[in-house]
Design a binder for this molecule. Sequence first.
Ligand code: D5M
Ligand code: FE
Ligand code: ZN
Length: 692
Amino acid sequence: MLVEDLLKNNYLITPPAYYLLEPHYESSFSLAELIKFAKSKGTFIIDASIAEEFLRGKGLISTGIPKEIEPSKPSEFRLDNMVARSSEELGSKAQTSNSEKDTVESYPEKLPGETSYISTGTDVETGVEPTSYPKINSLDASVSEGGSSVSTGTPVVEDSSETAELEGLQASSEGLPVEMEPSFDGDPDEVVEAVSTPEDEYDAYSEYENGNGDTRPVIYGDYGVPVKYIEEEVPEDTGKTYSVYDDITIAPKEGFTYRAAEIPEDARVVFDVKNVKFSPPRAKNAAGKEGEFLVASYRSFFRSRLRKMRSILRENPEIGGIIDIGKLSYVRSEGDVTIVGMVNDKRETAKGYVLELEDTTGRVKVFINREREDSKLVMNLMHNAVIAVRGRYSGRGMIFADRIFIPDVPRFKRNKPPLKEKVYAILLSDIHVGSNKFCEEAFFKFLDWLNGDVENDAHAELVSRIKYIIFGGDVVDGVGIYPGQYDELAIPDIFDQYEAFANLLKNVPRHIHMFIGPGNHDAARTALPQPGFYEEYARPLYRLKNATIISNPAVIRLHGRDFLIAHGRGIEDVVNEIPNRSHHRPAEAMLDLLKLRHLAPTFGGKVPIAPDPEDLLVIESVPDLFQTGHVHVMDYRIYNGVFLLNSGTWQAQTEFQKMVNIVPTPARVPIIDVETARLRAVVRFDQFCEGV
Ligand code: D5M
Ligand code: FE
Ligand code: ZN
């Protein structure tokens, strides 16, 4: 089976590509050949364009898909990144389920001093044994293991390819993400019934002329390739019943006392995207076109990024007078110059690195020799990040740099006044209510625990002082977020998903204030920043008495401590661009973002960014705590007084995550001591979400 064979080797195939390749698999090409080809293309996802190219190269098809429907970016993944995420790297993170009930792990004495790092998620801190991760087969081994027949190279004749295709389809129906054509050798009534499907049910599909005068409707796949004929009836609503948790009522345990109920609330949203007033760009004249507005908006966006970054960089006393790139040609060549610019490009040369920097006045190339200490910073620069550079201007559009300055955060922080009493905040994200992998039972247990159902005094002390809960996005699984998601939904309706989540949150004791922000699975603007949830979908959340809806990103000031909350999609770009970064160590990626003082610097990468006239993703002021989620792995560290925490998730591993080797750490509750903005404890409920 092509799909399984590819999966064994950590390669993915899209349905359109599968249909193209399967008929020829093992008769005209081997697994090894296909993998070798995909590898040469630097992708591990075999999509229709890769399949076409491969088959064309083997002379198995003569025409390709038209240029305009080829995806502009053949793959979101680069092989070099995937290789970097090797088994030993994945295995370095110890995450196991804990068999003890509600284990509390206390941290404070283990936290090192301000300037040192907490190493992420090591066994020492979590006190758990490392799990061994499924080893990624080495490519060579698996290719030989594939052992499929050697390609004869003989092109398949047009006629027989059609039958081959049909046979291929029927023979390989298992393990495929799409439904298969029914075979017609069964009961003739079945066929009649299938054909009698009303026309209007097919509204969503277009007619497809397949060359034989057959105009059966088809579904088009991602890249405009027909995926399958519709022969059978569109699946009827089976009347699937599901709970939106309106029967869940958990009340505080009698006699349980909450200290936090007596402590006055001191919480304020100090930054929320919704409160930022933009002044949209104006058209030069009445004939201004939409495109011009967009360009003007982006220009304004970058101008704003440069302005904000320049003022951050200026706080560094080492950086002297800054000169506009456009004025470089006026400077005398002997002295040093300092510029601030956005990184357009970075390249490695034999002796060092060449960067292209741009500001609003021009562009310049910067060379830094590998011998220079600061050249080490180049590896961690992301596209469109803003940096300062000091060096000698050669006069031919090139600066020879001796220093590179990243925005970074100051080494020392002002101490904040102590609080009268201990008060705690829980930082969660990626609840994914509505997914059939949502850890429902674990979440119920968490709610019980919040309501005072605790085993011992240590737990009671924690619960008693919890005053805030922050949700950093992906609170529901959403609908239509990825192809085939419907099959993985327990609650297939987005309205019901929000209602279900709100019904769960009604069981959070009333003295606990919640802050809830959106992520990429939520009903909200897809591009960053996300102002909030669309009200018409998430109304039940807006109606909660003890909750505030926040934007992504947002800054919440709790008792004078600033908590920067973001869903964290920028981590994807870090993993994509910076060597040796992994989804399994998100705190490290968060640190890269913090040092660049931006939540998603790369424009045109994995993360869509809205062309707002102002860049609201710049980390303008240094927070006490920085929270993200998104990658479903709990991880944390400290850097120059800032506590970085990536919350885990409440969703067990999905099929997709299994394929791409994402191993989530579900149902963990990190509790933050608000006074120090550091981790106080992690309470685990993961034993209740095994095998979800
Ligand atoms: O993201 C959960 C995790 O799955 C996170 O590590 C990103 C990863 N993910 C999700 N969708 C994709 C696609 N399409 N490509 C690559 N990686 C992906 P969540 O936002 O909860 O779905
Ligand atoms: Fe998520
Ligand atoms: Zn997400």
